[in-house]
Write a protein that binds this ligand. Sequence first.
Ligand SMILES: CC(C)(COP(=O)(O)OP(=O)(O)OC[C@H]1O[C@@H](n2cnc3c(N)ncnc32)[C@H](O)[C@@H]1OP(=O)(O)O)[C@@H](O)C(=O)NCCC(=O)NCCS
Length: 244
Amino acid sequence: MTHVDQLISNAPRLRDDGCIAWPEGPTKPVLTASAIHIWCARLDTVSQQLDGSNALLSRDELRCAGSYHSDLHRSRFVAARSMLRQLLSIYSGIEARALRFHYGKYGKPSLADPDPSLKLEFNLAHSNGFALYAFSLNQPLGIDLERIQAIPDLMDIASHFFSKAENVKLGRLDPIQRQQRFFQYWARREAVGKCVGEGLTESGLKTGVSSAHVEDLFPLSGYAAALATSNSQATLNQWGYHLP
Ligand SMILES: CC(C)(COP(=O)(O)OP(=O)(O)OC[C@H]1O[C@@H](n2cnc3c(N)ncnc32)[C@H](O)[C@@H]1OP(=O)(O)O)[C@@H](O)C(=O)NCCC(=O)NCCS
């Protein structure tokens, strides 16, 4: 291999929107206190690898999966939960099917039997066949993923929920950029709401005020994503799992 070939093969892969494509993740990631690990997975590929198996899921999760009318949505739910269990198993050392979840007042999942020496924190989001996961030690997290799409009354929604400054910025953009920015603002707020465990509340959406540190993420072309955490110094590791 020539020096030039080596430079090309080591260069980060660029997506068609010019962003750096997230590389495939390691099989044995090691999480440290100063890091946050973020994974983005294509759920239909996870589903194919599971080969129709629901074996990792609890009875409650299977009941939830059974409530989906569409096969596609059911298999994506199973894939998202199976992938969550597999990743949590790697980080916690607990067998994937043995993991139990506790749910907060507004539905935020956490580990029911956490290892006090590890304090593993996680959160996830899914949209249109992709799932985004965040893991850390000791730092509560919120993550969101939104597919960017046309909304006819975008500026009305923005004027209701976003700040004056955000509305001014949106108003100055061309329609395509406005759509992208709208979903970025939305993802930031949802990530903050999920970090504190409340999800999206009318007041949280309106104020957007929080002590959480918010980072925009760019896992996929055509999607907006954000991470909220209390640790502004954390190193972010971002990995893909069979992304386009
Ligand atoms: C949390 C919430 C923002 C999720 O919105 P969404 O766009 O539908 O879904 P996302 O893809 O962003 O996230 C879904 C994941 O967030 C997690 N989650 C659910 N509730 C959460 C909460 N309150 N805080 C943080 N994370 C939460 C779950 O892991 C869920 O994945 P699952 O389907 O595997 O269980 C929304 O459900 C909400 O606002 N909930 C709180 C409000 C409430 O009280 N709802 C009634 C519940 S009975």
